[in-house]
Ligand binder design. Structure first.
Ligand SMILES: Cc1ncc(COP(=O)(O)O)c(C=O)c1O
Length: 386
């Protein structure tokens, strides 16, 4: 039995509705922004619990747009975790600002608030916590630190549409948030698309202006922006999918529980303590991801395989048996060649450096069957017990 990491064509139950939405947009003759985008934006604002939502061209552009609107530029420092997708740091650098990296918590893989506090300086313009793999960062202390110093907080919620903390949903936990609808996300488009959210009317207005080259009215440019607009087609297709998102997330959570149940039958799989427990992590061949806070939407189910070369050996073993996996991420931001001038040093980021070596994502998509999950776990059992 082959088990893919992700299969975007397994659920075809919405095909008729998606085709109808496609035909509606085709016949409208209106292909960028417009009423389809506005309807989707309203639905997203309601879902997230933010006052304003703006559809944009990608998650990367969502980050870029929000940072531009916050006035980030040359001479500024912007703090972000080093263990993240490149866009988090790349957008900061594209604006001429300096990305200042922080290490992650070993449990939830998200930026450590204490590390952020250490890196805050008079030049810090913004902090970009990332809700990695679908679980929110510890936003309360991060927000408090930033509030005290008047620092802008942009949630990189690309992987966390629908995730929550005790204080609310991702997208309503900072000054602004950036989402991605890349096809592999829990709410995936049929191409590139993204979203920014905020409760701040002036910021929403600024982002709306910069989304269309800073033009208001057309051809009169009050500011230098970009083309960050969402397509009408992506908006219409995403609006068909949005009402089903919570059902898909429930299934991802069930899959995660099933993994935990199946793994827990063996002595060699352990779950490290959660963020707020200061205990050392267990010494086990396989470590499962702890559920540290709020609603984890499991965009990814990421396990650790401690031991030199063991993660890559497990991946090869699973690949031979037709089980798809992926490493998010093999190289941290401080290790990227393009950031070499920032004088990176693995010793400053021990947890992120270790996570790059130990972590691997297993299949978790909603349509995965119990038999497939069982197959993944038994293939890992073969590896551990051989
Ligand atoms: C954490 C994070 N930030 C930003 C992005 C960028 O989103 P997009 O691929 O839609 O540009 C991604 C996408 O994978 C992501 O995972």
């Amino acid at each position: 039995m082959r088990v893919p990491l992700l299969d975007l064509r397994r659920d075809t139950s919405l095909d008729a509705q998606l085709e109808a939405a496609f035909r509606r947009v085709l016949q409208s003759g209106h292909y960028i922004l417009g009423p389809e985008a506005e309807a989707f934006e309203r639905a997203c604002a309601d879902y997230v619990g933010a006052r304003f939502a703006l559809g944009v061209s990608s998650g990367t552009d969502a980050l870029l747009l929000a940072l531009m609107a916050a006035g980030v530029g040359p001479g500024d420092e912007v703090i972000c975790p080093t263990f993240t997708f490149f866009a988090t740091a790349g957008t900061i650098a594209r604006l001429g600002a300096k990305p200042v990296f922080v290490d992650i918590r070993p449990c939830c893989f998200n930026a450590d608030a204490a590390a952020i506090e250490e890196k805050l300086s008079a030049r810090t313009k913004a902090v970009v916590p990332v809700h990695l793999f679908g679980q929110c960062a510890e936003m309360q202390p991060i927000r408090r630190l930033c509030q005290e110093r008047g620092v802008f907080v942009l949630e990189d919620a690309a992987q966390a549409f629908g995730a929550t903390t005790e204080e609310g949903r991702a997208g309503a936990l900072g000054h602004a948030a950036a989402f991605s609808f890349f096809p592999s996300k829990n709410l995936g488009a049929f191409g590139d698309a993204g979203l920014v959210t905020t409760d701040d009317a002036a910021l929403a207005e600024r982002m709306s202006l910069l989304r269309t080259h800073g033009a208001k009215p057309k051809y009169f440019h009050a500011a230098v922006g970009g083309n960050f607009r969402i397509d009408a087609l992506q908006s219409a297709l995403l609006a068909v999918k949005l009402p089903h998102l919570d059902g898909w997330t429930d299934r991802r959570q069930k899959n995660a529980s099933l993994y935990r149940d199946l793994f827990s039958a063996y002595g060699w799989a352990a779950t490290p303590p959660r963020c707020w427990e200061a205990a050392p992590r267990p010494d086990a061949p396989i470590l499962l991801p702890p559920h540290c806070r709020g609603r984890h939407i499991y965009n990814q189910f990421v396990i650790r395989v401690p031991g030199e070369g063991r993660r890559d050996a497990l991946r090869a073993h699973l690949a031979e048996r037709g089980v798809g996996t992926e490493v998010y991420y093999p190289v941290a931001m401080h290790q990227q060649a393009c950031f070499a001038s920032l004088s990176p040093d693995d010793r400053q980021f021990p947890e992120a450096t270790l996570a790059c070596r130990e972590t691997v994502a297993l299949p978790i998509f909603p349509e995965l069957t119990e038999a497939e999950i069982d197959r993944v776990v038994s293939a890992i059992k073969e590896f551990v017990e051989r």
